[in-house]
Design a binder for this molecule. Structure first.
Ligand code: SF4
Length: 413
């Protein structure tokens, strides 16, 4: 098969590298500048931590870097030897392996590595693994590990649920003030929430540009461009970056620039990225002229409920509304809405072996979406970081056959 098609990078990406580099450099300098570091799960109370003056570090982002750099598979066994099963989250096991071996992709950026935490703050809205992950480091460094326990399989994010979560976030303030050595300024919290909401709405605009035909951006671009939305929400630099990217996307749309030249199919990616194989997968779809235009994953950093007028209540609603902690009924409606918005021809479900929380093919959801919308689907077996769970050849063959099925109207019928 031809390999002449290339991914079209964005002019903004140069700025992206600068912005992300500055974020990591600031983390590295933190202790020397007397700044405290808080570790936070991806949808933990980052806004509260920023308002209290912490540098906020997201270990899941480090997990993704370990996957993308293909360091993960060699590091996971070290965590297994420490008692963490090969079946649990491979972000956790690769990150713990990285810590035990003292090797990190951050060192390739001339940084010392992940910053040591003064406090670790989790939210179980995504899974229990994050709590176990953070507790490991809390024991290693003898620092506090605090958290929010959010229910799972939530149907409606109603008043009682939001209140239950908001009270838990409020209860973090005292212990976090103690570690930070300062009092929470509620006006500063409102400012951070406002910046976070601006980031989120700009990120939404980035992703929704893909509703255009042809799409100016793919899921694979999204996994790179999402960096500031993941680690810098609440910071002005993230807002500034996405304004730039949105402007470039508008230019692409106005000029009819397609991310996938000759786009003939539009695919939805459900589940985790396979970080170590993003490039070959992106090339495979480019060659097939199939644009992966939308994903649950990239959309998981849109927090529309954030509202500076109601800091704790809106953080609770925003953190509890994410796809991963919702009921299957809500998930089905969501995927159907996305399929219509992005004019999807087929859905690929990634069954990530170490993340059942983000694998939505296991309880009949693909079949139900197919019945409702007539949407063909493919399940691929793999993992976010542990490439021992992934067969490149088998996946390539399955995706090629799926694409052929979608383009052939006889087979499609
Ligand atoms: S949601 Fe999945 S990938 Fe993310 S931390 Fe939890 S188990 Fe790991």
């Amino acid at each position: 098969m031809s390999t002449t098609v290339e991914r079209k990078d964005f002019a903004a990406s140069k700025k992206l590298r600068d912005v992300m580099g500055q974020y990591f450099a600031a983390l590295d300098r933190g202790p020397a500048e007397g700044k405290k570091t808080a570790w936070c799960t991806s949808v933990g109370p980052a806004e509260l931590l920023l308002a209290l003056g912490y540098n906020v570090y997201f270990p899941e982002n480090h997990g993704a870097m370990l996957g993308a750099s293909r360091m993960a598979t060699d590091l996971i066994p070290l965590a297994n030897a420490r008692g963490f099963s090969p079946d649990i989250c491979s972000y956790l096991t690769s990150d713990v392996g990285s810590y035990l071996k003292g090797e990190s992709p951050l060192q390739k950026m001339k940084l010392s590595g992940p910053p040591k935490a003064d406090v670790l703050v989790f939210n179980t809205n995504q899974c229990r693994d994050v709590k176990d992950w953070f507790q490991f480091y809390a024991r290693e460094w003898n620092v506090p590990c605090l958290g929010v326990h959010t229910p799972r399989a939530i149907d409606a994010v109603d008043g009682s649920l939001a209140d239950f979560v908001a009270r838990q976030i409020e209860a973090l303030v005292g212990p976090l003030e103690k570690v930070a050595g300062r009092k929470l300024d509620i006006d500063r919290l409102r400012e951070v929430i406002d910046l976070s909401r601006q980031t989120t709405m700009l990120w939404k605009a980035v992703l929704e540009a893909a509703a255009n035909v042809p799409s100016p951006i793919t899921f694979f671009d999204g996994t790179i461009q999402m960096g500031p939305a993941v680690v810098m929400r609440g910071l002005q630099a993230a807002v500034d970056y996405y304004k730039l990217l949105v402007a470039e996307l508008r230019q692409r749309v106005a000029g009819g620039v397609a991310a996938v030249e000759g786009e003939r199919l539009r695919i939805y990616w459900e589940g985790m990225p396979i970080w170590g194989k993003l490039s070959p997968l992106s090339n495979l779809f480019l060659e097939s002229r199939a644009a992966v235009v939308a994903s649950t994953y990239c959309n998981s950093w849109i927090f529309e409920a954030l509202d500076p007028a109601d800091p704790f209540g809106s953080m609770a609603r925003a953190y509890s509304s994410i796809f991963i902690c919702r009921s299957d009924e809500v998930k089905q409606c969501y995927i159907e809405r996305m399929a219509q918005l992005y004019r999807i021809d087929g859905v690929i479900y990634h069954d990530a072996k170490t993340c059942p929380n983000n694998s939505n093919n296991r309880y009949g959801l693909p079949q139900r979406v197919q019945q409702t919308l007539g949407l063909p689907y493919l399940v691929i077996n793999g993992d976010l970081n542990d490439l021992r769970m992934y067969s490149e050849e088998q996946t390539r063959t399955n995706i090629q056959a799926f694409v052929e099925q979608l383009v052939d109207p006889l087979l499609k019928a």
